[in-house]
Design a protein around this ligand. Structure first.
Ligand code: NPW
Ligand code: ADP
Ligand code: K
Length: 501
């Protein structure tokens, strides 16, 4: 897992690396600029393309000047530099890179706040005006120039952080920010890249390693971490030779009503595919033929609550398509009072918990709750922004001992320990009804197999997104309906296990 750092912690990591690695700050800037260019070439395959690099006069601007020189050396001959010299202050590394640029044939123009805007013929703009040093919202000349540049509707690649974009403070939707098609960011994703409010400013971000001291970074005081594939490989265990269905637990999925039986089918089928030894679905009677037709491996308990032998099950998943009527509420109440094993609460189970706070207070420690944003706000109240939601889930997890998954592009997981995990996998092809039901099935299956609630959550959320990523990347699928996701699960899990051997 990689620790996520604030902008000021990254600055300390820069300073530490410079001090302890006998590398000058200028060399670090050169390294960062080289790393940027290595990634950038994929976005400008034609080396004849005109590229305009807009630079400020701080270190982000210094990067821009170095990038111009490195691109030129790499065969991009139509690179031009535009320096927005709005402040008398320059950094020494900016100054030195300006001297180095002067020795090349690259054209560089200087503008001040009042300058008229130059004609812009380049289809690609590189944003090296302001980076992580942003300390107040853009106004005056910066605001005027960025608004103008945004209106040109060019392809924009930002260096480290788009100009005007705060890395850590809550994003204002009316902020003036240089809108970026791609951000090539140094060493770590910045917190706000991972939150949906960034979508209006950034289409895609990429992170490049610039060789900052990883020991120093990992020792920083940050409770936010970025999950990596190796973490999942370390969690998942291969299946032992003499294992049998009893080894992998018996999962109970409580889901579905007549009109939403699909949710029960999807979650129980996902549970089966994610490796539960036995899966039983508690469903209303009209769903039986569909269940048998779709997943003959799955057993059923039909409608009658009294038939559930609670202590028979190693894991429970409740909620998908379950409804919030009195009979469902009765089942949920029974779960909370009669079932003592690990459990996942999703969808309508969460809606009922939101409407019946006394039941919410009965949730045992280490229960997994997996709301999407609407369910989250129903449970915990309205929030102004995602940073507030993160604060709430961190507090609720630590106070109640729960594991909370706030589902999104980068699903966020909070644990009773106070650690906040950001999941990297998943993609917009998953954005259709049923994807969440599959996640519930995966989580229940992992719990049944004996993984701890936290291991289950970190691995389950990762596998869910990774299966969809593989379908998009390897099979070029445009959308990934839930049933395809389910079929991919054993393949994805197999790769994660086998590549470790
Ligand atoms: N060794 C390293 O550290 C490395 C750093 N690297 C690069 O450096 C970048 C950070 O550079 P930076 O700290 O110089 O800040 P930058 O973003 O260029 O801003 C310049 C100055 O603008 C000012 N300012 C802020 N907000 C403002 C506003 N709204 N309106 C007007 N002015 C505003 C503020 O000055 P102040 O207001 O404090 O006087 C600020 O200092 C980082 O993103 C990466 O690209 C890499 O090369 C790797 C090695
Ligand atoms: N744009 C996206 N990028 C990544 N993951 C996504 C995206 N859209 C949806 N998902 C994932 O799909 C799932 C949707 O869950 P949910 O909203 O509960 O769906 P449903 O209840 O309809 O099954 C979540 O795990 C979410 O993270
Ligand atoms: K920038």
């Amino acid at each position: 897992m990689l620790k996520l750092l604030s902008a000021s912690q990254i600055r300390s990591a820069d300073a530490h690396t410079i001090q302890h690695e006998s590398i000058g700050s200028l060399d670090l800037m050169e390294r960062a600029s080289n790393a940027f260019v290595q990634k950038f070439v994929a976005f400008a395959l034609d080396r004849q393309t005109n590229i305009s690099i807009y630079c400020g006069t701080g270190n982000n601007g210094g990067d821009g000047l170095a990038i111009a020189r490195i691109l030129f050396k790499n065969g991009y001959k139509n690179v031009s530099v535009k320096i927005l010299h709005f402040s008398f202050k320059t950094t020494s590394d900016f100054d030195e890179n300006l001297r180095r640029l002067a020795k090349t044939n690259i054209s560089a123009e200087i503008f001040n706040e009042e300058s008229e805007f130059p004609e812009e013929h380049s289809p690609i703009l590189i944003d090296a005006i302001l980076g992580s040093g942003l300390n107040k919202p853009l106004e005056g000349g910066y605001a005027r120039w960025i608004t103008h540049l945004n209106n040109l509707s060019k392809k924009v690649i930002a260096v480290d952080v788009p100009t005007g974009f705060f890395c850590d403070a809550p994003l204002d939707k009316n902020a003036i920010v240089f809108h970026a098609d791609h951000v090539i960011s140094f060493q770590r994703p910045k917190l706000n890249f991972l939150l949906p409010e960034s979508a209006q400013f950034i289409k895609e971000f990429h992170v490049v390693d610039i060789g900052l001291d990883e020991h120093f970074i990992q020792a920083q005081d940050s409770n936010k971490v970025w999950v990596e594939e190796n973490d999942i490989k370390a969690i998942l265990k291969p299946r032992a030779s003499f294992s049998h269905k009893g080894t992998f637990g018996h999962a109970l999925i409580i889901a579905g009503q007549t009109e939403t039986m699909g949710a029960a089918l999807l979650s129980s089928e996902a549970c089966l595919h994610a490796g539960a030894g036995l899966t039983t679905a508690f469903i209303p009677e009209p769903g039986l033929s569909a269940l048998n037709a779709r997943s003959p491996e799955v057993m059923a308990i039909l409608g009658d609550l009294q038939k559930i032998e609670w202590n028979k099950f190693d894991a429970l998943g409740i909620g998908p398509g379950f409804g919030v009527q009195v009979s469902s509420l009765e089942v949920l109440r029974k779960c909370l009072t009669h079932y003592r094993g690990p459990a996942v609460y999703d969808a309508d189970a969460l809606n009922m918990l939101a409407a019946n706070k006394e039941l919410f207070n009965l949730l045992p420690e280490n229960s997994i709750v997996c709301p999407h944003v609407k369910e989250f706000d129903r449970l915990f109240g309205a929030h102004k922004n995602w940073q507030q939601r993160i604060e709430t889930m961190e507090r609720e997890s630590t106070e109640r001992g729960l594991i909370i998954i706030l589902k999104n592009r980068y699903s966020i997981i909070t644990a009773p320990s106070g650690v906040i995990y950001f999941n990297p996998t998943g993609n917009p092809a998953m954005a259709s009804g049923g994807s969440g039901d599959v996640l519930t099935g995966i989580l229940t299956a992992l719990l049944a197999q004996g993984y701890s609630a936290l291991q289950t959550t970190i691995a389950g959320v990762y596998i869910h997104g990774k299966a969809a990523d593989e379908l998009v990347q390897e099979r070029k699928m445009f959308t990934v309906p839930a049933r395809y996701l389910i079929k991919q699960l054993p393949i994805t899990m197999g790769k994660l296990i086998n590549s470790f051997a």
